[in-house]
Design a protein around this ligand. Structure first.
Ligand SMILES: [Zn+2]
Length: 395
């Protein structure tokens, strides 16, 4: 679906040059100065910086409270209380599709045109959250791409029935097999991984597994995941989400695991925030591990932070990584744009003729300024169609 031929005139590119961008058939047709506007709907970019649409590599759209009145954080410290609190409050909240839609509109208006969202699976909610996100994907297909992960929030073995529900969710259209701390949550590393890889094989899907487990447990989990990925022939299709243990291990252990991850094509999704060790972004990239960023929880019962703005996430990632130079800030942006596109199996060329016309404008002079200052957004295009203007969704 596209909106005809559009000429976005008068923008600045990341290399500092001034240009117009012609879009048609969902793709960028031509980029350059002084393009002929005839036959196109002309929109003035106002001299703003144009950047490729961002991709949120890890978000929980079904959990968000976006759009609801402010709610003080209700849980005690610790994951067990957060899970129990979420379960207790869920029935009192508007349905997940409604809350997810609020967040999608907001995030699209801030320049995000693709999401990989986890959707809770569990004995108490069945596959309802996956169904809700499938509904959201259909409703916003013109504004963003969606990958949905069938996420066993309560564990697979620890929550009997979850395996069958994940099986069902994948059959109904979920894109990836989720997982969570095989040791910490299920107390059985091989037991959970057996089931995840069985589902991946049965449905020909990739895997995206939350690994929060610290220390030896997390390291063991990532090592086992790399090994099994190669055995299963799933190279390039398995993601470790978080992997905090990689930010707090001995140098030789890190080198061994980073090598194993690169060999198996394991990618790593990070949220950049929180009081956890952050996996080293540049070191992982240098060793061939694709690392990308996502918002994770956006204002939900797990935490009060976030508004879906991926530029703020790139800023947090940069800040916590000790980045200061323009070159380093550009790496952080890559983690929100080209890197997740590669992991999603999408075109990663960004603003180039022939690439998808997914882009946004921002009140910044350079890419580094956009990351460090995350200024207001201007226009957002998905497949050449205007979907947001001045921070408001118009899709
Ligand atoms: Zn998560």
């Amino acid at each position: 679906m596209d909106g005809g031929t559009v000429l976005l005139a008068n923008v600045r590119l990341a290399d500092g040059s001034e240009a117009d961008i012609r879009m048609a058939g969902g793709a960028i047709v031509e980029i350059g100065p002084g393009l002929d506007p005839s036959g196109a709907e002309r929109l003035d970019g106002g001299g703003l910086l144009a950047l490729p649409g961002m991709a949120d590599g890890h978000v929980h759209l079904d959990k968000t409270l976006t759009g609801l009145p402010w709610m003080p954080h209700p849980a005690e410290p610790g994951r067990a209380s957060r899970i129990a609190t979420e379960r207790g409050l869920r029935a009192t909240l508007p349905p997940p599709a409604e809350r997810a839609s609020n967040l999608v509109r907001q995030a699209v208006a801030l320049g995000t045109t693709a999401f990989r969202s986890h959707a809770d699976i569990g004995p108490d909610i069945g596959t309802r959250h996956v169904e809700a996100l499938l509904e959201v994907r259909a409703a916003f297909a013109h504004a963003a791409d969606f990958q949905i992960v069938a996420f066993p929030q309560y564990g697979v073995l620890a929550a009997p029935g979850s395996y069958e529900l994940m099986d069902e969710a994948l059959a109904m259209g979920a894109d990836l097999v989720g997982g969570i701390d095989p040791i910490g949550q299920d107390g059985d590393l091989d037991g959970q991984l057996d089931l995840l890889f069985r589902l991946a094989g049965k449905h020909d899907k990739g895997i995206d597994i939350h690994i929060h487990d610290p220390g030896e447990a997390g390291l063991q989990e990532i090592g086992a995941l790399a090994e099994r990925t190669c055995v299963a022939g799933l190279e390039g299709r398995v993601t470790v989400s978080h992997g905090f243990c990689l930010g707090a291990c001995a140098e030789d252990v890190f080198e061994r695991l980073a090598g194993a991850m690169a060999g198996a094509g394991l990618s790593l999704a990070t949220h950049g925030g929180g009081a956890f060790p952050l996996p080293p972004v540049k070191k992982l990239r240098e060793r061939g591990v694709e690392i990308f960023v996502g918002n994770d929880d956006v204002r939900d019962t797990w935490g009060p932070y976030g508004n879906g703005d991926l530029l703020i996430r790139t800023m947090l990632l940069s800040w916590r990584s000790g980045f200061r130079t323009d070159a380093d800030l550009a790496i952080a942006f890559d983690c929100a744009a080209a890197a997740p596109r590669r992991v999603f199996g999408q075109d990663d060329r960004g603003l180039a003729a022939g690439a998808p016309a997914d882009l946004f404008t921002v009140h910044a002079e350079t890419l580094a300024e956009a990351v460090a200052q995350h200024p207001p957004r201007g226009l957002v295009f998905k497949a050449g169609r205007l979907v947001a203007r001045d921070g408001s969704y118009v899709g």
